[in-house]
Design a binder for this molecule. Structure first.
Ligand SMILES: [Zn+2]
Length: 433
């Protein structure tokens, strides 16, 4: 590292130091890099002296902030949040050493965010749903990354607009926008931040799961996915002008995700993805979970159900049983819906599948797979208005309203593997209490 960059890094540190303005950091050289000792960090941030490491982990507490350091590892926990350092924390003789770059770019902004320079109030959030059109991103049996990312951004957009923010979407339909154009939208917009939403996949590890948030890798550091430093890492990128601010944004978003989504947390990471590398406003990329993992992808898929129901609701599914075993609402379709509702927190006992009569003839029996099956008399003929307003039912949350209007003659029956199955799902109504 050239001296001028070293000085800049320290400027960041000292420009923000107030109560500790006269604190002088002593650095040690190791493998061509500057390191600072844990002992100095304890003094500067007011941590009580650390105890001997347990299983290579050292816990620090200042009463205001907590850190957990793992020796010989890049993993560190700051105030309960997992961060990935550029370089491992090392032991040299009696000292525990941190790279000065990690101190300046990750530890200091996390412990004293109030001293991060050039933080102005955000007026506009640029939401960037990953992929689009032919570029599906990761695929799963529950759906594609491009659609989940768009769905998340459209929901976030509504919430942010309600809170008074302006929102710009890099795409709001199923189109593909070139990567380098996406951050430009934010770069042209004053007081904006850029948030790219993706979902992950791993071809090597089907068990990999959890969410992670990325901000740009500081100049001179390897990205979290890289073990060693390469020539590429010393190149300056447009996004490096705001790398500390982007790291702070990543930390805020990560804190708000923790505990609010059930997936495991994989930490705050650094990368040089095009969309965050080219953004000159604070920018992050969220990987919302692994579509290659069955548990994550079913959770991501259940988001659609969660927008319709909330845990504790009783849900009625009105089917059409008049077609007997073959032409009624398919049991497999109903079962898939029940599974979706269950993944969204509805107990099976609170799900009631109903029609006016003929449920047994259609192959449904009571307490089918834990959900209830009920026949309801509705007098002469089927009157959807009458059943919606009868006292046992609640808010209509979904309805295949076109079904009733369709011409029966146009319906086609396609024999599949010897079964006579109609193409129609015959699912008519869903209601919550
Ligand atoms: Zn992606």
């Amino acid at each position: 590292m050239r001296p001028v960059i070293r000085n800049l890094l320290f400027l960041v540190l000292f420009a923000s130091a107030s109560r500790a303005a006269d604190f002088t950091w002593r650095t040690e050289r190791f493998e061509g890099r500057d390191y600072v000792s844990l002992q100095q960090m304890e003094e500067f941030y007011g941590f009580a002296s650390h105890l001997a490491p347990v299983n290579n982990v050292i816990g620090l507490d200042s009463g205001k902030a907590q850190m957990q350091i793992t020796l010989n590892s890049r993993e560190i926990e700051i105030n309960g949040v997992k961060h990935w350092l550029a370089f491992p924390v090392i032991e040299q003789g009696d000292s525990v050493l941190f790279s000065r770059l990690d101190l300046a770019k990750i530890i200091e902004p996390s412990l004293r965010p109030e001293f991060i320079p050039n933080m102005s109030p955000v007026k506009t959030v640029v939401l960037d749903p990953g992929h689009g059109a032919n570029d599906k991103g990761a695929v799963s049996r529950y759906g594609n990354e491009k659609d989940f990312a768009l769905d998340v951004c459209l929901r976030a957009r509504r919430i942010l607009l309600d809170r008074g923010y302006q929102v710009i979407m890099t795409r709001s339909t199923d189109v593909l926008i070139p990567l380098e154009e996406r951050p430009q939208v934010a770069n042209r917009t004053p007081d904006s931040i850029f948030v790219s939403v993706h979902f992950n996949a791993s071809s090597e590890n089907g068990q990999a799961s959890g969410f992670e948030v990325f901000s740009i890798t500081p100049r001179g550091a390897p990205s979290t996915a890289d073990e060693t430093l390469s020539l590429r890492d010393v190149r300056s990128e447009p996004g490096n002008v705001v790398d500390v601010q982007s790291g702070a944004l990543a930390t805020c978003v990560y804190h708000s995700l923790l505990g609010n989504i059930p997936q495991a947390d994989r930490g705050i990471k650094n990368a040089r993805f095009a969309v965050i590398r080219l953004a000159t406003v604070p920018a992050i990329l969220i990987e919302g979970g692994f579509l290659s993992s069955v548990s994550d992808s079913s959770l991501v898929g259940s988001a659609a159900w969660r927008s319709l129901v909330k845990p504790g609701d009783r849900v009625g599914i009105k089917i059409s049983a008049a077609g007997g075993k073959f032409f009624s609402s398919h049991k497999s379709v109903v079962e898939a819906i029940v599974e979706g509702l269950e993944s969204a927190g509805i107990a099976r006992k609170d799900i009631i599948v109903w029609d006016r009569e003929g449920l047994a003839a259609a192959g449904y029996t009571n307490h089918e797979g834990g959900y209830q099956v009920r026949s309801i008399e509705s007098g002469e003929g089927y009157d959807p208005e009458a059943v919606i307003f009868s006292g046992i039912l609640g808010k209509l949350i979904w309805g295949d309203l076109d079904f009733a209007k369709r011409d029966v003659k146009q319906r086609t029956i396609v024999p599949q593997q010897g079964d006579q199955l109609s193409q129609d799902s015959h699912l008519c109504r869903m209601l919550t209490s």
